[in-house]
Every structure is written in structure tokens, then in C-alpha cells.
Write a protein that binds this ligand. Structure first.
Ligand code: PGA
Length: 254
């Protein structure tokens, strides 16, 4: 089974629409001579910059993603944004359940499950984030916790509806800390996630789902991570904020 590598930049709360436009123009310039289409590129952009980013990306290999959504299409939900609004703004994917949303904004597995269903309903590729804290890892509870996050996030969802799903494993202790999981730890955890999928879904789906690693991915460690059997891509925060650094990650040697 060949899974096409997927490199996603997660801009978090960075970049106005003008900055997004400038970044994408520069990234396109840098990729113009070097991009190999054996891989895919996505940028996770703040809501107000989605439209500008999508326009700047037209005719390029870059797909635009949002970083959150509400599960209803519309309603009295002050401050929330729906799937149809995201697609209308040009997003084709959405990050769901990032650990910052879970830890700082109270996203629960139940909400994440509803957001996932809504993303699929509105034809947005869901990028589901999972990850354990250092405490969970230290006490040997990482897999138990990840299994629970998977079970609750995917509850009631079946194939073929789930086919577009992308999963990003992001250990909380590795996000923004410069402390990347070793390729061995990341691979073991990805293998666990794939086994979990194999136990709960058909084998062809479990084999085809792309599992991304996230947490302090940089130009100089991406290739080693991507070399692991079950690592099919990267979700990149800090190192996706500069076009040259993100271009080097995209252009990792296979
Ligand atoms: P980082 O963030 O690459 O800055 O560690 C990753 C993420 O939060 O998605």
C-alpha cells in the first residue's frame, strides 16, 4: 500500500490575510522549480485569512485547511464558524481536535466526534489530532489514552464515509517544545494507531489512512521521521511559518 506523503502547515493564530497572500506567493515561487508531485501540501490558516489564502493558492499544489469548525451549518452560536462557511471561503480540509483546542478551549472527544461528522458531511477532509501528555507517556498510559481518543472521536462513523480521514499523532509534550518524539517512538505509536484502525475497520481502510506525525518537526528531522513505515506525513507548526523552512520540509528527500 502506498500512501502519498502529506505535509501540513498549521499556522495557528499567525498571519493576516495579507501575510497569508505574501507567504503563499513566496512558497509558490520556491516550489516552482523543486516541487515533486509524489507528495501533497496543505496549509491550516486562521479563519479571516482563508479566502485570501485560497485565492493565492489557485493553480498551485497547495490545499487550504481551516483549524476548527462548528458541527451545525448555521445558528445562534456566537463566535463559531460552520463547514459550509469554510468551503465557501475556499477551505477543502479542517484540523479537528488539536491539543491546543482540547487543552485551552475545552474541546471534548464528544465535540470532536460531532465536528468530524460535520466535516465529512460538508466535504472537508478531516485532519483529526490525537496525542498524549508527558504524564500519560511516563506512566505507560499513552496507548490507552490514544485508544480512547480514537474510539470516542470516531464513534458511530463507518466506511466508506470515513475514507477521507487523515490522523495526526501529536504528543502534547512535543508541540512547540523543540522536543521531537524519536522516529522510533513515533513509529511505535503510529503502528499502534494503525493496529487500532485494523481492529475496528476493514483492512484496506486501515492501510490507506494517512497517519501524520506532529510536534517540533523541522527541516532537519523530517526525512528521518518520514522514513518510518507508518509515518505518512507531518503536521508542522512553528517551522511552517517561514516559506523557506516549510519549503525545505515539503522537499524532504524520500
Ligand atoms: P510545532 O507544532 O511544530 O510548533 O511543534 C505542531 C502543531 O501544534 O501542530
Amino acid at each position: 500500500m502506498t500512501r502519498k506523503p502529506l505535509l501540513i502547515g498549521n499556522w495557528k493564530m499567525f498571519k493576516t490575510s495579507q501575510e497569508a497572500n505574501e507567504f503563499i506567493n513566496e512558497l509558490r515561487r520556491q516550489l516552482a522549480t523543486s516541487f515533486q508531485d509524489d507528495r501533497e501540501v496543505t496549509l491550516g490558516v486562521p479563519f479571516p485569512s482563508l479566502e485570501a489564502a485560497a485565492q493565492a493558492a489557485v493553480g498551485s499544489p497547495i490545499t487550504i485547511a481551516a483549524q476548527n469548525l462548528h458541527w451545525e451549518a448555521e445558528g445562534a452560536f456566537t463566535g463559531e464558524v460552520s463547514g459550509p462557511m469554510l468551503t465557501a471561503a475556499g477551505a477543502r480540509a479542517v484540523i479537528i481536535g488539536h491539543s491546543e483546542r482540547r487543552q485551552l478551549f475545552g474541546d471534548t472527544n464528544e465535540w470532536i466526534n460531532k465536528k468530524l461528522s460535520a466535516a465529512l458531511k460538508y466535504s472537508l477532509t478531516p485532519i483529526l489530532c490525537l496525542g498524549e501528555t508527558w504524564e500519560d507517556r511516563k506512566t505507560g498510559r499513552a496507548f490507552e489514552l490514544l485508544g480512547r481518543q480514537l474510539a470516542e472521536a470516531l464513534s458511530g462513523l463507518t466506511t466508506p464515509t470515513l475514507v477521507p480521514l487523515v490522523i495526526a499523532y501529536e504528543p502534547v509534550w512535543a508541540i512547540g517544545t523543540g522536543q521531537t518524539a524519536t522516529p522510533k517512538t513515533a513509529q511505535e505509536t503510529h503502528a499502534f494507531i494503525r493496529q487500532w484502525l485494523t481492529a475496528h475497520y476493514d483492512h484496506s481502510f486501515a492501510n490507506a489512512v494517512r497517519l501524520l506525525y506532529g510536534g517540533s518537526v523541522k527541516p532537519d528531522n523530517v526525512a528521518q521521521l518520514m522514513d518510518q513505515t507508518d509515518i505518512d506525513g507531518a503536521l508542522v507548526g512553528g517551522a511552517s511559518l517561514k516559506p523557506d523552512s516549510f519549503a525545505r520540509i515539503i522537499n524532504f528527500d524520500r
